[in-house]
Design a protein around this ligand. Structure first.
Ligand SMILES: [Zn+2]
Length: 404
């Protein structure tokens, strides 16, 4: 099987290269926002959305026009890639996987992606990489890059520049070490509950850093905007943000590695951002539960944690020869695993499940996980028979790519 993998390193750019990368990332952001504004304007005038080719034509005009001549200084491929990103953001929105595309702000995922391997030179012996318009960039060589280079992303995080080298290589189809299956229920009080009775604690990395972050943000708000002290305070806020991100990623990596090594099949609910966003607030007659946990930044982090957890499980299982099965979330929290009775009365509180028909009692998250596992078994049987009927319709596997 083909394995796609990303190798990420910290860059050691000189001053000139840092300035260039900041400018190019800014140009990418500018193009993304300009294209998004254009699509919105077209929509309001009742015109059709431009496709990728149409947007590329606009980009050429912007680069050659008199209004934004500086766009010509930036490498063209990364600019086009941001148009692809915008296309994907729209596709995710239409598929209800994500909210409507938003304008990008400075300092928020500053990055540029080079898609053409022919323009990239990797010199591992000297720990350097050549990128168009940036030249040779040194990086901290922490491990060997395996496979052929497909594309390269340069990004800024916590004041440091990183390079992520995406590669492809042929590896043997692994056989799963384990033969067990497990269902997972994602939640607030417990981040994940497994049908074998174990569970993962909530992602509290944010809580632990919350006070530090709040203090840093307050300190920043007291400074004069754009003054040197303000910039220092802002850098501090960003450092805390990236520390939170790192802690969370480590935690998720450990959890998903353990699960994917111990199980051949993992069943999980379909997640949709829009559902999660809506379930938080509830309505005035019927206020939602865990409003605090689901609101604002907390919610964003939860959502992100769930998606990241699932993404990692998906590719790690594929690497180990296992399967991730997504099931629709219908009735998984209301069905009695003992007698099969479905009723919302079975769940009197958030934490406890008690069947009104047969009296079966258990932790509600565990009941959810058991039902998800059952639904997963049923779905897996269908997918296998589908794949036998038409092999081409089988799901693409092993194509997910870790971001770090
Ligand atoms: Zn029952």
């Amino acid at each position: 099987m083909q394995r796609l993998q990303a190798f990420k390193y910290e860059l050691r750019p000189d001053g000139q290269q840092q300035r260039q990368m900041r400018r190019f990332a800014g140009s990418c952001r500018f193009v993304f926002n300009k294209a998004l504004a254009l699509q919105r304007a077209r929509y309001e005038q009742g015109e059709k959305k431009l496709g990728y080719a149409g947007l590329c034509k606009e980009l050429t005009a912007w680069r050659n026009g008199s209004e934004t001549p500086w766009l010509k200084d930036a490498p063209v491929h990364p600019l086009q890639q941001t148009l692809k990103d915008l296309e994907r953001a729209y596709a995710n929105f239409f598929a209800k996987r994500a909210d409507f595309p938003r304008f990008k702000k400075k300092g928020q995922s500053d990055s540029l992606r080079y898609p053409d391997p022919k323009q990239i030179k990797l010199d591992q012996g000297n720990a350097r990489i050549f990128l168009p318009k940036l030249g040779w960039l040194r990086y901290r060589n922490s491990r060997e890059v395996l496979g052929t280079v497909k594309n390269v992303t340069v990004s800024l995080s916590g004041g440091k520049w990183f390079v992520s080298i995406q590669t492809e290589r042929e590896v043997e189809q692994p056989l799963p070490q384990s033969t067990t299956a497990v269902g997972i229920d994602m939640g607030i009080a417990r981040f994940a509950t497994l049908s074998d009775g174990s569970h993962l604690e909530p992602l509290n990395s944010f809580k632990r850093h919350e006070t530090a972050l709040r203090k840093a943000q307050q300190a920043m708000s007291r400074k004069t905007t754009f003054s040197n002290n303000w910039k220092k305070a802002k850098a501090r806020v960003q450092r805390i943000h990236s520390r939170i991100g790192n802690t969370r990623r480590d935690y998720l990596h450990k959890a998903t590695s353990t699960i994917s090594q111990n199980h051949a099949m993992v069943c999980i609910e379909h997640l949709q951002v829009r559902n999660m966003s809506k379930s938080g607030a509830g309505s005035t007659e019927k206020p939602g539960t865990n409003v605090r946990a689901k609101s604002g930044l907390n919610k964003a982090i939860l959502d992100q944690g769930w998606f990241e957890f699932r993404r990692q499980l998906d590719y790690k299982l594929a690497w180990n020869g296992g399967y991730l099965i997504a099931v629709p979330p219908q009735n998984t929290s209301r069905t009695c695993p003992a007698c099969g009775h479905v009723s919302k009365d079975n769940r009197q509180t958030q934490a406890q499940f008690a069947c009104v028909e047969c009296g079966f009692e258990e932790n509600a998250d565990l009941v959810g996980a058991i039902n998800i596992l059952r639904a997963g078994h049923a779905r897996f049987a269908c997918e296998v028979s589908d794949a036998v009927r038409s092999p081409a319709a089988g799901t693409r596997r092993g194509e997910s790519v870790p971001a770090d």
